[in-house]
Design a protein around this ligand. Structure first.
Ligand SMILES: NC(=O)c1ccc[n+]([C@@H]2O[C@H](COP(=O)([O-])OP(=O)(O)OC[C@H]3O[C@@H](n4cnc5c(N)ncnc54)[C@H](O)[C@@H]3O)[C@@H](O)[C@H]2O)c1
Length: 347
């Protein structure tokens, strides 16, 4: 079987996880990674045997001077790849699009970029088919991915009329906590709706959704609370069944001691997850309430990892090696080890 050759440009929070996930797929080969720095993250990547490339001419000298054994520059990496996953910071990625196109390499961007950059935004369970064979797509942000997964589940079950959600967002990623973040305050976003609701409509255009977001002084993950009007009166079991039938949503329970964001983070470590990652949306089963045609629920988004399975599926879709969305999702989830339930195994 010909493996899809994948390049990762930008080896940060998302890039390092994409590289690891690609290396786990039997139908993919990691061609290498590129960045502009030579800090501990790149040095560990080199120790692990990843082929490191300088993403810019300016960075190359400093990377070599720091003793990083470079396999080449970005052009040389692209020459060895069929698909590049751009994991550079917001605004940097957009500039790269022409470079990738000129090299004849298909490209995947992330949620820091706008829908307009690619004209296609991706969440596997919602629109895998429309990405097949495209030149580029954008895997939407962590929050938007969770919204599409959960509201998409209710919509597939014919239960979704309209949804209103509040997002309590982490202030920084853990590795940057010394450099940015807020302390002892909450910062409401300046506009309602916040961008995540409208962004979900780049994937499912007819969603009736409004989001309000608040930045909070913690760095472990995001918490969402939702109030959903259903298309008809339903039972709690029907709503739970809709979530259970969808991929990449896992139930957690307060009765198991999973009572806060840090509990679930600890659980991921106890389960031996790489980097303590949670790729699933963790939805509190025993918090979910249904009253006639109104449903209320809370879930956790582990922002550093939730978009990784989607990125792997996006690689399959763009390269065209798998035309069946469910087959790609199943393959990705088996390779990474996703669950529908972390404690009470119903998989
Ligand atoms: N951090 C999250 O939780 C998260 C979640 C979902 C999506 N995203 C999105 O993923 C993308 C990447 O975010 P991140 O959090 O991984 O960023 P990050 O800052 O952790 O990593 C970015 C990496 O890119 C490198 N870089 C900077 N300029 C570069 C260049 N010109 N060429 C190559 N590499 C360069 C940096 O040195 C760094 O290692 C963004 O679009 C972001 O919005 C982030």
């Amino acid at each position: 079987m010909n493996k899809v050759r994948v390049a990762v440009n930008g080896y940060g929070v998302i890039g390092k996880r994409v590289a690891d996930a690609v290396a786990l797929q039997e139908d993919m080969a990691l061609a290498g990674v590129a960045d502009v720095v030579h800090d501990y993250r790149l040095q560990v990547a080199a120790q692990r045997g990843f082929a490191i490339h300088a993403a810019t001419f300016e960075a190359e000298g400093a990377m070599r001077a720091a003793g990083l054994a470079l396999a080449g520059n970005l052009a040389e990496l692209l020459a060895k790849a069929d698909v590049v996953v751009d994991c550079t910071p917001k605004k940097v990625a957009a500039v790269n699009k022409e470079v990738y196109a000129a090299a004849g390499v298909k490209s995947i961007f992330h949620g820091g970029e706008s829908h307009a950059l690619t004209g296609h935004s991706f969440v596997a369970q919602a629109n895998y088919a429309s990405a097949i064979g495209r030149e580029s797509t954008r895997v939407v942000s962590c929050n938007t991915t969770s919204i599409v997964r959960t509201l998409g589940a209710l919509r597939t079950a014919g239960l979704l009329k309209r949804a209103r959600g509040t997002l309590i967002r982490r202030a920084s990623d853990p590795w940057e906590a010394h450099a940015e973040g807020i302390i002892n305050t909450l910062v409401p976003e300046k506009t309602i709706p916040s961008h995540q609701g409208p962004d979900a409509r780049t994937v499912i255009p007819d969603l009736d959704v409004v989001t309000i977001a608040v930045k909070a002084p913690h760095n472990s993950s995001h918490l969402h609370t939702w109030w959903v009007e259903l298309t008809r009166p339903a039972t709690r079991d029907e709503v739970l069944a809709a979530f259970r039938a969808a991929p990449r949503i896992a139930f957690v329970r307060s009765s198991d001691g999973l009572v806060a964001l840090n509990s679930t983070v600890e659980l991921m470590s106890d389960l031996g997850r790489p980097r303590g990652d949670m790729w699933e949306v963790a939805l509190w089963e025993d918090v979910l309430a249904v009253d006639g045609d109104q449903a209320y629920y809370t879930y956790q988004v582990f922002n550093q990892a939730i978009v990784i399975p989607e990125t792997i599926d996006a690689i399959r879709a763009l390269s065209g090696i798998e035309s069946d969305p469910s087959a790609s999702i199943a393959r990705t989830d088996a390779a990474l080890g996703l669950r529908h339930d972390f404690i009470h195994d119903r998989d």
